[in-house]
Ligand binder design. Structure first.
Ligand SMILES: [Zn+2]
Length: 318
């Protein structure tokens, strides 16, 4: 039996797991990600790797996959930047971990790693073509085409959250206007809800938030209780998601789409609106493309990272 260590590096939590080829997690460790800078975070990564590596014979471990937030230069293994981790800019993570652990290390952007994991172990099993979309604070994703991860120049392809959807739409964190992320992310949903409440629209969202900043979860909970404003916001959210997915279907003609991230937990509310939008926007031959909730859930990060070792995706040439 072969094993890989998957490391899910998040802004709030760092998690490592020892995973076998069947996708079973043997041991795992999680710690709160340090805010004391990259050196402290790297020490934490090495500690959690050591803790899980001892659970099996070290000779059976094929390598360490790391899912890192933000862009990663796949040629050099340098994590370029991650705004969720203090001081995390141009960290040569692959070389540092290779030297410190004496194991084979692959570092990849977290959304691409998740796409690989969902394809290998989740709802994409058996597909030749999968589009994975995560909708949470932002929108990210990864694409498997012809059983290969789409990488592009410097491995920076499929920044799907930054497709322009509305020419004069809301300002996005990337500086563009009307990006899919600026319209359909959980943060965008929360912001539109906050503006509606500030304008005096009555809603139980106010009571549910109970003085905390309004979140997408608050809106979803109000919609589940048939709150009129929340239902209208979820309808619009579903429509924006359907428009973005239509573009992805036309670009990649996937066998299926897997939706992950916090917003996908409200699929029962969103699905009718997503489907209604796609039913008339998608070209007829592709209209039957299934849209499923991703199966790996909370294990997505570590399983995706371990898949980097099992699948060994090719590196971009440029
Ligand atoms: Zn953008």
């Amino acid at each position: 039996m072969r094993f890989a260590i998957g490391v899910d590096l998040g802004g709030t939590q760092l998690r490592a797991a020892c995973v076998d080829e069947g996708g079973h997690i043997h041991t795992q460790r999680r710690v709160a990600t340090s805010s004391a800078g990259p050196e402290a975070v790297i020490e934490q990564i090495i500690q959690v790797i050591d803790a899980v590596a001892d659970s099996v014979c070290r000779d059976a471990i094929c390598g360490i996959g790391v899912a890192s937030p933000g862009p990663v230069d796949l040629r050099t293994g340098v994590a370029r930047r991650a705004h969720t981790i203090a001081g995390w800019t141009d960290v040569p993570l692959r070389d540092i971990l290779t030297e410190r652990t004496a194991m084979h290390v692959i570092v990849q952007n977290d959304a691409n790693a998740a796409a690989l994991g969902e394809w290998h172990f989740g709802s994409g099993r058996g597909c030749d073509h999968l589009v994975y979309v995560t909708i949470g604070t932002g929108i990210g994703g990864g694409v498997i085409t012809d059983r290969k991860l789409v990488l592009g120049r410097h491995g920076m392809a499929t920044e799907i959250g930054h497709m322009t959807i509305q020419s004069d739409g809301a300002l996005c964190g990337c500086g563009n206007h009307g990006c899919w992320e600026a319209l359909a992310s959980g943060s965008a949903l929360a912001e539109v809800a906050s503006k509606a409440l500030a304008a005096g629209q009555p809603s139980m969202i106010t009571q549910i938030a109970a003085g905390a900043p309004v979140s997408a979860t608050h809106v979803a909970r109000a919609a589940e209780s048939a709150d009129a404003l929340a239902l209208d916001l979820m309808r619009r959210e579903g429509e924006w998601i359907g428009i973005g997915l239509t573009n992805l279907v036309h670009l990649f003609a996937p066998d299926r789409i897997a939706l992950g991230g916090g917003v996908s937990r409200s699929m029962a509310l969103l699905e009718p609106h997503i489907r209604r939008e796609m039913a008339w926007r998608v070209m007829p031959p592709l209209r039957d493309t299934p849209v499923n909730v991703a199966q790996l859930g909370d294990d997505m990060g570590v399983l995706g990272a371990a898949t980097l070792i099992f699948e060994q995706p090719a590196l971009p040439m440029t």
